[in-house]
Design a protein around this ligand. Sequence first.
Ligand code: PGA
Length: 256
Amino acid sequence: MNKATRKAVIAGNWKMNKTPSETTALINEMKPLVAGADCDVVLCVPYIDIPAAVAAAEGSNIKIGAENVHFKASGAYTGEVSVDMLKESGVEYVVIGHSERRQYFGETDQTVNLRTLAAVNGGLKAIVCVGETLEQRELGYTETLLKYQTKMALTNVTAEQLKNVIIAYEPVWAIGTGVTATADQADEGNGYVRAAIAEAYGAEVAETVTVQYGGSMNAGNAAELVSKVNVDGGLIGGASLKAADFSVIVKAASEG
Ligand code: PGA
């Protein structure tokens, strides 16, 4: 299997944006623009927007994701949301270990692993984020760090469960900054992620895993990024809040 047979996935990550009514309006605007795409199209939205998103996306090719999930099934965890709650609400995907969660909310490689296991054990598709800071890149640690984060996130995930895991390589210095990795840097980072999967599961399995790039991917640069052999789509922040821009990215991935 190679890029030609791996399904590209374009996932929007809305972060802390859009109210429920704005969610309905934006998805209604997007639906006709992304209909018939030759890639998977996912929108990961704030918890409170999930019912509106699921209702608006019904009957379309847009799948809905959450931006996080707790690893316990239930209990005294104020403010947290479980896999079962998400599934019953119509959620199919969940972003795990986004660098903003690692940076601002104390997320660690261990909790990323626990959330990943909870997601795949519970039947959600996990979009697991890894990525180096600018300082780590400048010190020459990019490959070591990406491989470490990837392997840590996937600890105890079976090869069978890996079918429900997507890894998103998101260099922290490129997120929300307008500074995009060059297509070669994205390809190289995604290649390190794939190499880590190959070391843990074998090369054949690694060739089947969707590895996205994320970090200021937009309507102008998406085509070049997704043309790279290791880039199987993208995790899109800012540009997923604009229907026209998002649909250009979806089109690029459909053709890439
Ligand atoms: P950005 O965010 O596209 O706004 O850089 C990407 C992400 O954080 O997933």
